[in-house]
Design a protein around this ligand. Structure first.
Ligand code: CS2
Ligand code: MG
Length: 415
């Protein structure tokens, strides 16, 4: 079975997505997600100009060899653009192999280890009452674990927090982690203002309110978005211990692996990191020194199903579980790939789930389900996602960027 063609579809049904479709000489097709939020066209070019010409005529069944050929063969290894492109090829080939076998992908990965993947949703509010409404609405919508994000007194909009009332409407809010255009309509990042001390003072009071209202059972998560120094993160972890977090995510900037040592020495709050990582090597110190509890990478950004399976198997050796990245900038194709892995691997922890905009689901026809707090990839052969080209063509690419964070004096800050 040879690769006959490969097309790249860039579409913006609510937000931008880059999808690779590989077609074989016997007519099977496979999809891979290559979306890199805010840098979409760089991956499109990497695929179109550098990878697709190498793929034509290759044996579609040789997934491992193709991965190594693209990764080692390029000499220039790693990096988000390279790894998103390789991920898309790898995922599309797994989709094809599973379709050829007539099985859902999770069967080729060893079969189901569980009924479904526990998902966490995103509860948020500009203030505590709005947040509590959002938690309530998510519980009514069936979520059994929630990420908690709020505004900070004295600051304006905060990334990850819904910006208008109605945040209680679970599953129907798509504007709180946007890639956006600036107010004047130009494709420039929006600028937000940040103050870590104000945030550190406020956050424990938020968790106090949520635990007081909803009790001790509900798994609660929080995303620090890389904004703290190690010592600040250590202090936050300690101050949140009474509220028994499922995890504290991205407490410090991801590229500084040894920062996690200091946090770990001072707190028993579980730690998760890795959504901006793109290879298993980014976790080498974190795993071997047991500095984290959950791996946060996305299939889309970390080299595909092949690389993610190896990463999760390595993490298992150190007692570390999965918490795969699942915001809406992971397309339904990337999400489906994550769900097949979630179902199959033994060291599954939790799956992030931020439901996609209905326009996205008009373009990507999915078979995955969310019921009783659990996601399931469905039983269709392959990934279980198809792309409607006509619908995709109705949503052309729109340049948009994630916000930039600055301190009150104007200094650019991590986020
Ligand atoms: C967030 C992401 O899901 C998360 O945990 O950190 O929404 C992240 O901000 C986006 O993927 C950035 O593109
Ligand atoms: Mg995150």
């Amino acid at each position: 079975m040879k690769i006959a063609s490969a097309d790249i579809i860039v579409t913006s049904p609510g937000r931008n997505f880059v999808t690779l479709r590989i077609t074989t000489d016997d007519g099977l097709t496979g999809l891979g997600d290559a979306t890199l939020n805010g840098r979409e066209l760089a991956v499109r070019s990497y695929l179109a100009d550098h990878l697709v010409p190498l793929l034509i005529g290759r044996d579609a069944h040789r997934i491992e060899d193709t991965w190594q050929y693209l990764y080692r063969g390029a000499y220039w290894r790693r990096g988000p653009v390279t790894m998103a492109a390789i991920a898309a090829v790898d995922t599309a080939l797994w989709d094809i192999k599973a379709k050829a076998a007539g099985m859902p992908l999770y069967q080729l990965l060893g079969g189901a280890s569980r009924r479904g993947a526990l998902a966490y949703g995103h509860a948020s509010g500009r203030d505590v009452p709005e947040l509590l409404d959002s938690v309530r609405a998510h519980l009514e919508a069936g979520y059994r674990a929630l990420r908690i994000q709020t505004g900070v007194p004295g600051l304006g909009t905060v990334y990850g927090v819904a910006t208008s009332s109605g945040s209680g409407d679970a599953g129907a809010r798509y504007d709180y982690e946007p890639a956006r255009r600036a107010a004047d309509g130009r494709a420039l990042p929006v600028v937000e203002t940040w103050d870590t001390r104000a945030y550190l003072r406020h956050l424990p009071t938020v968790f106090e309110a949520v635990r007081h209202e909803f009790g001790p059972e509900l798994p609660l998560l929080h995303d620090g978005h890389h904004r703290m120094t190690p010592v600040q993160a250590a202090r936050l972890g300690k101050s949140l211990e009474p509220y028994d977090l499922f995890w504290l995510e991205d407490a410090t900037p991801g590229e500084d692996q040894t920062a996690l040592r200091l946090i770990r020495q001072h707190t028993t709050t579980p730690l998760a990191i890795g959504e901006v990582f793109n290879t298993a090597q980014d976790y080498q110190t974190l795993l071997s020194e047991r500095l984290i509890d959950y791996v946060r990478s996305a299939v889309t950004h970390a080299g595909g199903v092949t690389a993610m399976r190896k990463l999760l198997d390595t993490a298992a050796l150190f007692g570390v579980k999965s918490g795969l990245h699942g915001p809406t900038d992971i397309s339904p194709v990337g999400m489906a790939a994550a769900l097949h892995l979630d179902l199959a691997v033994h060291n599954f922890g939790i799956q992030e789930y931020m439901a996609h905009d209905p326009r996205t689901l008009e373009v990507f026809r999915t078979s995955f389900t969310f019921a009783d707090g659990l996601l399931h990839p469905g039983e269709n052969p392959g990934l279980g996602v198809e792309l409607d080209d006509e619908a995709a063509a109705g949503y052309p690419y729109e340049p948009a960027y994630l916000p930039v964070n600055r301190l009150a004096d104007g200094t650019v800050h991590d986020w």
